[in-house]
Ligand binder design. Structure first.
Ligand code: DQA
Length: 146
């Protein structure tokens, strides 16, 4: 089974960006952990990051009919992007929205998600460990989804 983990703007700065909120792990650390866990669980995990909305839309479009699941931390685009919402709606595989922090405990502009209405599941507030938890659960979730 194939999974793409898509990360949005500023997540390339993990490790040094607001570590009190996002922790000390870098995106490369998270990617390595996801790929290792994926391999152990029979998943081929592609891990990507972009600061550009259109590039994220293109990756979602490319996943249509070629990937079984999308895990997306759209970062700030979560709260603004109709384009990412629409692209996710066009993908009929399993979709998980992921956030390192819990946006509902933060500023009110983070309380709206354009991603949530287009996905099967939302994971937020588990820190960077959330990525590994989702990868571990995906085989079962994909099986249950049929
Ligand atoms: C985030 C939460 C967003 O509100 C923020 O813009 C991010 C990261 C998270 O993972 O907690 O960049 O998606």
């Amino acid at each position: 089974m194939k999974v793409i983990v898509i990360n949005g703007p500023n997540l390339n700065l993990l490790g040094t960006r607001e570590p009190d909120i996002y922790g000390h792990e870098t995106l490369a650390d998270i990617a390595a952990g996801c790929q290792e866990l994926g391999a152990a669980n029979g998943l081929d995990v592609q891990f990507k990051q972009s600061n550009h909305e259109g590039e994220i839309v293109e990756w979602i479009q490319q996943a249509i009919n070629s990937v079984d699941a999308i895990v997306i931390n759209a970062a700030a685009y979560t709260h603004t992007s109709v384009a990412i919402h629409d692209a996710l709606r066009a993908f009929s595989g399993y979709k998980v929205e992921l956030h390192i922090s819990n946006p509902h405990l933060r500023e009110s502009f983070r309380h709206v998600s354009y991603v949530s209405p287009a996905v099967d599941a939302v994971v937020a507030g588990l820190g960077t460990a959330g990525y590994a938890h989702v990868i571990e659960m995906l085989p079962e979730l994909l099986n249950d989804a049929g």
